[in-house]
Write a protein that binds this ligand. Structure first.
Ligand SMILES: [Zn+2]
Length: 164
């Protein structure tokens, strides 16, 4: 049992992770512990590198997506994803993150988003399709490999510009 959060079932969204104590920005909401590494994606796996995926122990796969999330991702010393409060979280508030903070593209949960936030993008998109303003807002709270892939894509664009 992780102190501070618990799994609850809601009528509207099914399972979700809820705070049982308040969190302030920067607090670790859930320390990520890798159970198994994989070389391809799976509906409950976390993407931890360009071609690397992993199952995490505990409640990580139960966090719901939101387009206005209160949690982000921080890489820990073992290469796992810690979930960290990005905004204050009240008791009984659902802890959410943006799938785009972890996935370059969305392979397993495509389609319409039902998060209900005013900032909702309408469909769940990966990091690749996130507007730059959003990426800036999430700085420091996303899986670092995503930023590396952007840098690589940027270099390729520059290279193709000069080769013509
Ligand atoms: Zn949404």
């Amino acid at each position: 049992m992780t102190p501070g959060i618990e799994l609850r079932t809601t009528a509207a969204k099914g399972d979700g992770v809820f705070a049982t104590r308040p969190f302030t920005p920067g607090d670790t909401v859930l320390a990520g512990q890798i159970e198994k590494r994989l070389l391809k994606n799976h509906s409950h796996a976390s993407q931890i590198g360009e071609h690397e995926f992993a199952f995490h122990a505990g409640l990580i796969s139960k966090f719901n997506h939101s387009c206005n999330p209160n949690c982000g991702i921080r890489l820990n010393a073992d290469g796992g994803h810690d979930f960290v409060a990005m905004h204050p979280i009240e008791v009984n508030e659902e802890a959410t993150f943006d799938y785009a903070m972890r996935n370059y593209t969305i392979d397993h949960f495509p389609g319409n988003c039902t998060c209900g936030e005013t900032a909702c993008r309408g469909s769940i998109t990966g990091w690749q399709d996130l507007p730059q303003a959003r990426k800036d807002q999430y700085a420091g709270f996303v899986a670092p490999y995503l930023v590396e892939m952007d840098a690589k894509a940027g270099l390729q664009n520059v290279a193709s510009k000069f080769s013509h």
